[in-house]
Design a protein around this ligand. Structure first.
Ligand SMILES: [Zn+2]
Length: 206
């Protein structure tokens, strides 16, 4: 594609928004309504927000899936969480996301005639390329960005398998993990077992 074509495709793409797919709804099948940290109604506020969901899959039980944790966080609180990290950790994480994730492959979806589908973005791990249906994946996380009752595509939703999440955990210093754990304890209204699962995953959104 020429540069102009890419800009044109990008422009169309940024206009594209999608109804919230089931994978980004709660276990009960409803919209996430409140920020996990400040309790603002994320759908009504009109502010951008993010949803993260972690799922465990039991391949020995016909691939039954169980949500390990799920939450929505408003952009203001997500920013606060970022600020709880040291500069070094943040830089390492950003570098990892920029260099190791296959954003280019996802950008190529933009050149197609019809608008990309959400499944195109979250159907495989952004780091390893493994399909979400790969039997080797026993855990995965999906992350998406929203406004009101729409999924926004100006920041791509993505899926990450547990192997990729572990690699990210390895990038964080012990101090950073403590800081993050503290932030989660103080600010996240999640059930204790979900908090634990979130901490164990060492996953930070950048
Ligand atoms: Zn908030």
């Amino acid at each position: 594609m020429s540069k102009d074509d890419i800009f044109e495709a990008l422009e169309d793409y940024f206009k594209y928004e999608s109804d919230i797919p089931d994978i980004f709804k709660t276990e009960q099948g409803t919209y996430f309504k409140t920020c996990i940290s400040c309790d603002v109604n994320v759908v009504e506020s009109g502010e951008p927000y993010m949803i993260e969901k972690a799922v465990k899959r039991y391949s020995n039980m016909d691939g039954v899936e169980v949500v390990i944790f799920e939450y929505a966080i408003c952009s203001k609180c997500a920013e606060k969480m970022r600020k709880s990290l040291s500069r070094e950790s943040l830089q390492r994480l950003e570098k990892h996301f920029m260099e190791k994730a296959n954003w280019d492959g996802k950008m190529n979806l933009l050149s197609k005639e019809k608008p990309p589908k959400v499944a195109d973005f979250i159907g495989d791990c952004i780091f390893t390329g493994k399909s979400i249906n790969d039997k080797e994946i026993d855990e995965y996380q999906v992350v998406g960005y929203f406004q009101g009752d729409k999924l926004r595509l100006d920041r791509m939703p993505f899926m990450m398998c547990s192997a990729a999440a572990e690699e990210i955990g390895d990038l964080l210093s012990a101090k950073t993990k403590d800081e993050l754990d503290g932030f989660i304890d103080d600010n996240f209204g999640l059930p204790p077992e979900w908090k634990m699962a979130l901490k164990e995953r060492d996953f930070v959104l950048v």
